[in-house]
Design a protein around this ligand. Structure first.
Ligand code: SAH
Length: 211
């Protein structure tokens, strides 16, 4: 099957599972084939994660859409993404928010994501090489934070970088499987929604897993 057909099939599937029309429009606009390795080009619109090298993966499209929808973006937000990877999720966020700060710990992935996102013309994205502290505190607070790697717990350091009223979406669980959590930060106390099972590569760092 050609790329156009698998793309149409994927978008049709997503339109049945995802209710946020803006998220569906963003998924229709961003060319996922530009974010995968040449070997995977023909699988770009299969609803599966694909290897991007360095032991990392580009997330499954359905999970990208689900996590993005969970952030409830309206267009004026400053968003932090932890785990740039291919940059695909970064592009989806940039379509839906005012600006995106994304951090990645593998230098080669940060570089190639930067290249493809520039080529696509995005001007509202900053990509940084991850430091010792999880996230990117110097640009905080963020209205929404998305973690695209699995964490053993909800990282306190990221909650600190979240604005009041903001949403943090993070996969929490073991090294192999997690559940998607959405934490909404409020002065009166945070609330947690559980959004279902998922499988991510481990989040590495002081507040997360050892390398
Ligand atoms: N959103 C990406 C997912 C990539 S996989 C995509 O769809 O392509 C998760 C990424 O998180 C990996 O590239 C990994 O290197 C990165 N990562 C893991 N721990 C991190 C940390 N503490 N800070 C920044 N990035 C991290």
């Amino acid at each position: 099957m050609g790329l156009e057909l698998t793309r149409a099939r994927l978008l049709e599937y997503l339109s049945r599972e995802i209710s946020d029309k803006r998220v569906l429009q963003a998924m229709a606009r961003v060319p996922r084939e530009l974010f995968v390795l040449p070997d995977c080009y023909h699988s770009a619109y299969e609803d599966i994660p694909l290897s991007i090298g360095f032991g990392q993966t580009i997330s499954q499209p359905f999970i990208v859409a689900l996590m993005t929808q969970a952030l409830k973006l309206r267009g004026d937000e400053k968003v932090l993404e932890v785990g740039t990877g291919s940059g695909y999720q970064t592009a989806i966020l940039a379509e839906l928010a005012r600006c995106v700060v994304s951090v990645e710990r593998v230098p080669q992935l940060a570089e190639s994501a930067k290249t493809v996102l520039e080529r696509l013309g995005y001007t509202n994205i900053q990509i940084h090489l991850a430091g010792k502290t999880l996230g990117w505190p110097s640009e905080a607070p963020y209205n929404a934070i998305l973690v695209t790697a699995g964490s053993p717990r909800v990282p306190d350091g990221l909650l600190k970088q979240l604005a009041f009223g903001g949403r943090l979406v993070v996969p929490v669980g073991s090294r192999w499987e997690q559940e998607l959590y959405r934490i909404t930060k409020r002065k009166s106390g945070n609330s947690v929604d559980r959004l279902g099972g998922c499988r991510f590569v481990p989040l590495i760092g002081e507040e997360a897993w050892e390398e």
